[in-house]
Unconditional design. Structure first.
Length: 287
């Protein structure tokens, strides 16, 4: 009986020892082995053997790409505008022993490093550039942190600016500024329209005045010619003069008849005699 118990104990010890000495690492992972509390080796995917009771698997590290969500934060630009930005970092652990021994918590460390670098990069840019230059920010961010995390055995695949936008207060101020700018442009447009209309009206009045003046000159020249003809006619006979003055006389009577203040217009019975009376009052023409 005691021999049987001893045999079972030894069998169990062998099984446990074999279990401790054989390690199967799944694909996409690496195990960090310590020997007597000190780093010894890293186990690759597949079947691995270690020394039981001396070697221990201290850390199990994934070698797949890891996506780190960088929390949103407020960033102040060079022109003192406040924007909110966050990012995504894609990393891969290439040296597990450096990742677990080089930094206490590589996830928190990388998040803090990206946030700090992002504040520094955006702080050197104006608001408009920061909102429209994601690719430039991404390139600068990747260059800023790649070397630092390489010391931890981590490769930065890429970093993406997930969102970058003005803070609610800044966005409200920008909307008010845009509304004011639109109102200013509308005012300028109306003013320019009024100015153009006034110039066109003034040009129209000027042209009308010029045309009126030209018409007055033409009428004056016509009157001068008519007067000269009348003066010449008074020397050769009265019929042309009677005709001309009679026409003017009738036209004057027509204007008087159309006047709102006129109630009654009396024409002479003998119009030629009346015209001759007007002619007799004219001074004699030049001989």
């Amino acid at each position: 009986m005691p021999g049987t118990i001893l045999a079972l104990f030894l069998f169990a010890l062998v099984v446990v020892t074999i279990g401790l000495g054989v390690r199967t690492v799944p694909q996409g992972s690496k195990y960090v082995v310590q020997r007597l509390g000190k780093y010894h080796s890293s186990l690759s995917p597949g079947l691995n053997l270690i020394i039981p009771y001396i070697d221990t698997v201290a850390y199990k590290v994934t070698t797949k790409d890891i996506v780190l969500d960088i929390p949103s934060q407020e960033v102040i630009t060079r022109d003192n505008a406040v924007i909110i930005a966050n990012a995504l970092a894609y990393i891969n652990i290439v040296a597990p022993e450096k990742a677990v021994y080089g930094v206490e918590n590589y996830v928190f460390a990388i998040q803090s490093l990206v946030q700090t670098s992002l504040r520094s990069i955006v702080g050197e840019m104006d608001l408009d550039d920061a909102l429209s230059s994601r690719e430039m920010i991404k390139a600068k961010l990747k260059a800023a942190i790649s070397d630092d995390i390489a010391d931890w055995g981590i490769a930065l695949k890429t970093v993406e600016i997930q969102d970058i936008k003005p803070s609610p207060t800044m966005q409200h101020a920008m909307e008010e500024q845009a509304a004011a700018e639109r109102a200013r442009r509308a005012t300028v447009t109306r003013a320019e329209g009024d100015k153009s209309a006034a110039i066109l009206q003034a040009d129209g009045r000027l042209e009308a005045s010029r045309r009126d003046a030209e018409a007055q000159v033409v009428l004056a020249e016509a009157s001068q010619t008519a007067i000269r003809k009348v003066a010449e006619a008074t020397q050769t006979g009265e019929l042309p003069v009677v005709y001309l003055l009679g026409e003017k006389y009738i036209e004057a009577m027509r204007h008087i008849a159309n006047s709102a203040n006129s109630k009654l217009v009396i024409l002479p019975a003998d119009l030629p005699a009346a015209v001759r009376g007007l002619i007799s009052g004219l001074p004699p023409g030049p001989r």
